[in-house]
Design a protein around this ligand. Structure first.
Ligand code: CP
Ligand code: NVA
Length: 305
């Protein structure tokens, strides 16, 4: 198997590896693959920030695969305060078979991966959220049937979720149109990577100032919170700046087709997305959440199996 030891960024995955994850995830979801491939294996989850989906889906995934998971919240091991992330990674490597880590700084997840002798999975950093990006593309494929002629539009903050979406779409050859307020766009480094992947995959990445222009013709319209974890102090300022970028029925209608609405969750209803959109038939936000489980189980089997 060609699989690497860690999953830190979608940029590190080949097209073959992404498809391998999707094929296995589909088999696991359909119940074609059963059994307990991770019997007696332990996954250790380390969180510097809160989590519902990442924590629960990985924990349930380990149980379903015959293994076990230990969750360590921000107060439990105080990574970076009580001891360095390097020491945490080295010690956990002596006990467990895999690590999922959610950190503030991206350099911490890299440090953990470098120091651990077991596979390390990025469970979100301020820079990237690869498990979300992979699950989202799996969901898009499930709904659309194919990926090549699909247009995805993202409106809102140029954050970790957008970065991973850009890498996933560009690797898989989708057309992605992005609208972010001035000064809140994606990082140049990611834009550069995504443009080069898109060239190879014959995908397209486009940037717009106005959300209405970005969503024209989109099959999927995606948004995420305006204020990510760790930036809570900026909430009031951001709320004003991002208001025109709200995913509401008016914006969704501007696609000109019956498009799907996406959100990685947790959502701030009434801010970046309205109740009406979240609770509509076009909303696939809970399918996205469910698919975290199937895709992460595939990742676990490939990395820990
Ligand atoms: N989407 C996501 O990662 O959710 P949590 O922050 O609840 O894990
Ligand atoms: N951008 C959000 C995603 C949460 C899953 C954050 O980092 O808080």
């Amino acid at each position: 198997m060609l699989f690497k030891k860690d999953l830190i960024s979608i940029a590190d995955l080949s097209l073959g590896e992404i498809n391998e994850i999707f094929d296995l995830a589909l088999k696991l979801k359909k119940g074609i693959l059963r059994g307990s491939p991770l019997t007696k294996k332990t996954l250790c989850l380390i969180f510097q920030k809160p989590s519902n989906r990442t924590r629960v889906s990985f924990t349930v995934g380990m149980t379903q695969l015959g293994g076990h998971a230990i969750c360590l919240g921000p107060e439990e091991i105080k990574m970076g305060v009580r001891e360095s992330s390097k020491d945490v990674a080295r010690v956990i490597s002596r006990y467990a078979d895999g690590i999922v880590a959610r950190t503030f700084k991206h350099k911490d997840i890299i440090e953990i991966a470098r120091s651990a002798s077991i596979p390390v999975i990025n469970g979100l950093s301020n820079f990237l959220h690869p498990c979300q990006g992979l699950s989202d593309l799996f969901t898009i494929k499930e709904k659309a049937g194919n990926l090549k002629t699909i247009k995805v539009s993202y409106v809102g903050d140029g954050n970790n979720v957008l970065h991973s979406l850009m890498l996933a779409c560009s690797k898989l050859g989708l057309n992605l149109s992005i609208a972010t307020p001035k000064g809140y766009g994606p990082k140049k480094e990611i834009t550069k990577q995504a443009i080069s992947f898109a060239k190879k995959s014959k995908g397209k990445i486009e940037f717009f100032d106005k959300p209405g222009d970005a969503v024209k013709g989109a099959d999927f319209v995606y948004t995420d919170v305006w204020t990510s974890m760790g930036k809570e102090g900026e909430y009031e300022r951001r709320k004003k700046i991002f208001k025109p970028f709200q995913l509401n029925s008016r914006l969704l209608n501007k696609t000109g087709k019956k498009s799907f609405a996406m959100h990685c969750l947790p959502a701030h209803r009434g801010d970046e997305i309205t109740d009406q959109v979240m609770d509509s038939k076009q909303s696939i936000v809970y399918d996205q959440a469910e698919n975290r489980l199937h895709v992460e189980k595939a990742i676990l089997v490939l990395l820990l199996g």
